[in-house]
Design a protein. Structure first.
Length: 319
């Protein structure tokens, strides 16, 4: 609630707690919110410093809440002034950067980023700054940044940034990938699949691209190339779009499967070239169950080979 003013959920909870009663002591606030006294005291002190709480005149150990319309408005106005100053600085610095970029030589269109932490930071920054779309190529090797760690992706999707992701077939064999992909599809991420990809790639809008500095299999220190707007960036973007056109859609956008849609998931995985064992692991069923279900589907479709089953599944809209 008050995070836009630089206050976290605990500060909001304390302020709300005092707002709802004539007055309260620190101990009463801690008890009402199931917070420890050592944690409650500095929060109360901070709210008092900001003018959101005041000590009761008759008893200095009790606090009353200041009216939100009076106490929050100055904070809001100051934050707005700060944002205005930051925006003006952004415009000025962007203009300086643009003029500098115009003077770059060919070698200057690429920055070298060295080290895992530095690359992770650039990935987070590029996503945080994205406005329209993010395009990603994903290899089967474990990524530098896992899905759980990549909180900027969730934030970008939440504000309407389009994500288009192409993964290698082997990525589909990662434990839990099907569930994760379905979850991301429900919030707007588009996923397609190709048998193999040459490299990882990360493109933010049409402004920046990040690609590994080393080829697959090289175990030298991790690094990446940050590509600025240029003919090289145009080339990288065109390569992604070519891959995207030839890739196979993995899940429909915002797909909401029913709990018994195992057959559809199984057929989709098999059509994408996933092995029976990997499909079983993704679906949380045994290898024998996968083989039995495939046999039953072949019998239902009236076919004798898996290739025929795939064609029939597409014709009958099973996938």
């Amino acid at each position: 609630m008050l995070d836009a003013l630089g206050l976290d959920e605990a500060h909001t909870a304390v302020y709300r707690c005092v707002l709802q009663q004539p007055s309260a002591s620190t101990a009463e606030i801690a008890s009402a919110l199931s917070m420890s006294l050592p944690r409650t005291r500095p929060i109360v002190a901070e709210l008092e410093r900001l003018g959101l709480l005041a000590r009761q005149a008759a008893r200095s150990d009790r606090y009353v809440a200041s009216p939100p319309s009076i106490s929050l408005r100055p904070l809001l106005l100051e934050r707005e002034r700060g944002l205005t100053r930051a925006h003006e600085a952004l415009v000025e610095l962007s203009d300086l950067y643009r003029r500098s970029a115009e003077q770059r030589s060919v070698a200057d269109v690429v920055d070298v980023v060295i080290g895992d932490d530095a690359v992770r930071q650039r990935v987070a920054q590029l996503q945080a700054a994205s406005v329209e779309q993010v395009r990603v190529l994903v290899l089967h090797e474990v990524a530098l940044l896992s899905g759980e760690e990549n909180i900027e992706e969730d934030r970008a999707l939440a504000r309407g940034v389009r994500y288009r992701v192409i993964v290698e077939n082997a990525v589909l064999e990662r434990p839990g990938f099907l569930a994760a992909a379905r979850e991301m599809a429900q919030i707007g991420e588009e996923i397609r699949v190709l048998p193999t990809l040459p490299t990882r790639m990360f493109i933010a809008d049409d402004q920046m691209a990040l690609v590994p500095m080393h080829s697959q299999g090289e175990d030298e220190g991790f690094g990446a190339l940050l590509i600025h707007p240029s003919g090289l960036l145009d080339l990288v973007t065109s390569i992604f779009e070519e891959y995207w056109r030839s890739a196979t859609e993995f899940l429909p956008i915002a797909a909401v499967p029913t709990s018994d849609d195992v057959d559809g998931d199984l057929l989709r995985l098999l059509l994408l070239g996933v092995t029976d064992a990997a499909a079983a692991a993704q679906l949380g069923i045994s290898l024998r169950t996968v083989q039995r279900r495939v046999a039953e589907l072949m019998e239902t479709a009236g076919v004798t080979t898996r290739m025929q089953l795939g064609a029939e599944a597409v014709r009958r809209n099973w996938v």
